[in-house]
Design a protein around this ligand. Structure first.
Ligand code: SF4
Length: 227
C-alpha cells in the first residue's frame, strides 16, 4: 500500500490540484472526506476546487469549542454561499468535562494533551469510517511540511491522505482567492496568518504564516499532519 501510494505520488507530482482531486475522487469514491479548518486560506481554495468537481464529498472541521467568533461566523457565511453543510467534529468531552478531568486551561499547561483530546482523537474517530481524506496543507507552510507528498499513507489515522495543494505557494493561494472571489476568514485581515483556537492563536510575528500559533512555545503543530 505505502509503495503503491509513493508511486502514485510520483506520478501525480506535476499534476494540477484539480487533476489530483479528480484522481482521488475516482479512486476513493464514496469513502473520502475533505478537511477544512476555516482558519487558513488554503482550506478555502481546496473547498472551492472540490465543490466545482463534486458536491457529495463530506466537508468537515474540528470544532474544539474554542474557535474564534469570527471563525464560526465565517463557517456560517461559507455554508450559505456554497449551499453546503460543513460537518462539525467534536471532541469526546466538552470543555467542562475536560476541566474536571485535567484542570482548567489545559492548553496552558499541556497543549499537546489538549490538542490530542480536542483535535486528534476527534479526527481519528471521524475518519475511522473512511478510506481517504483530503487536506489543504502545503510544503511552504513550515519546515516540517516541506516534504509533503501529494498522496501519502497517513500512519497517524491509518488512512490515505491527499494533499492537492502541497506544491502551492502562499502567493498562489491568495491570487486564487482574489481571482475566484473565494471567502476567507476575516482575521487574516487583522494580521493572523493561520487561525486555530482562541487561547493558542495570535497575529503572525514572522515570515512563516503559522508563526502566531502557540506563541511563546516550541510547539508548531497540533499533530494532525504528523504522519
Ligand atoms: S490549539 Fe490550543 S486550545 Fe486548541 S486543542 Fe490545541 S492546545 Fe487545545
Amino acid at each position: 500500500m505505502i509503495e503503491e501510494l509513493s508511486a502514485t505520488a510520483a506520478e501525480l507530482e506535476a499534476a494540477s490540484s484539480e487533476e489530483i482531486l479528480r484522481w482521488a475522487l475516482a479512486r476513493y469514491s464514496g469513502s473520502i472526506v475533505a478537511a477544512c479548518s476555516f482558519g487558513g486560506p488554503s482550506g478555502m481554495v481546496l473547498l472551492d476546487q472540490l465543490l466545482a468537481l463534486d458536491r457529495t464529498v463530506p466537508i468537515f472541521y474540528l470544532d474544539t469549542e474554542l474557535l474564534h467568533a469570527e471563525t464560526y461566523a465565517h463557517i456560517r457565511a461559507v455554508a450559505k454561499k456554497y449551499d453546503i453543510a460543513p460537518i462539525a467534529v467534536h471532541p469526546a468531552i466538552d470543555l467542562a468535562a475536560q476541566a474536571q478531568s485535567y484542570g482548567e486551561r489545559l492548553w496552558d499547561r499541556d497543549p499537546d494533551r489538549c490538542c490530542g483530546i480536542r483535535k486528534i482523537d476527534a479526527q481519528r474517530r471521524y475518519l475511522s469510517g473512511y478510506r481517504a481524506w483530503i487536506s489543504g496543507i502545503r510544503r511552504d507552510q513550515t519546515s516540517a511540511r516541506a516534504r509533503t507528498p501529494v498522496v501519502e499513507w497517513d500512519r497517524r489515522f491509518e488512512i490515505v491522505k491527499i494533499n492537492p495543494l502541497a506544491r502551492w505557494s502562499e502567493r498562489e493561494i491568495w491570487s486564487y482567492i482574489e481571482t475566484h472571489n473565494v471567502p476567507y476568514n476575516p482575521l487574516h485581515d487583522a494580521g493572523y496568518g493561520s487561525i486555530g483556537c482562541v487561547p493558542c492563536t495570535a497575529p503572525s510575528t514572522g515570515a512563516e504564516t503559522r508563526s502566531g500559533r502557540w506563541p511563546g512555545r516550541a510547539k508548531t503543530e497540533c499533530g494532525l499532519h504528523q504522519s
